[in-house]
Design a protein around this ligand. Sequence first.
Ligand code: SF4
Ligand SMILES: [Zn+2]
Length: 150
Amino acid sequence: MSTRAPATLPNALSWAARAACQGQDLTLFFSDADAKIRAAKKICAACPVRTACLDEALRAETTSTGAGIFGGLTSDERTELVLARATEQAAVQGQAPPKPRTGRRPAPCGTRSAYQRHVKKGEPIDDACRAANTAADRRLRTSGSTRPCR
Ligand code: SF4
Ligand SMILES: [Zn+2]
């Protein structure tokens, strides 16, 4: 019996199943500690689906960059990458470079980003944020992503 996944698996599952972060300590990917960030990036660097993961994160983050390391990049690094790509594209098209997104609105309560903001700032954590974080953890464990739709 072959253990290989059928070629017709939905795209979403076909790469998430090969994520190197599966079974790893997920707190590495959602930490502000340098040592943890380095450890997460090391896992991503050796991940066979890094490009797909990064592309998916960028696709999902059309309006604001979510928390966590995806495709080897922190959310700040993904924001920079998006701006760099847009600048490059504008140059190719002979347009003025785009302005960096400023005044990003903080994520509303009931999201993992808001939960992480509470943790970072030492704020009390409300039920909606706690639930969102727990749900995201569960999704990450089962799909390799915190995003609901893959
Ligand atoms: S976060 Fe993405 S690139 Fe990093 S190990 Fe997981 S699937 Fe691979
Ligand atoms: Zn909250």
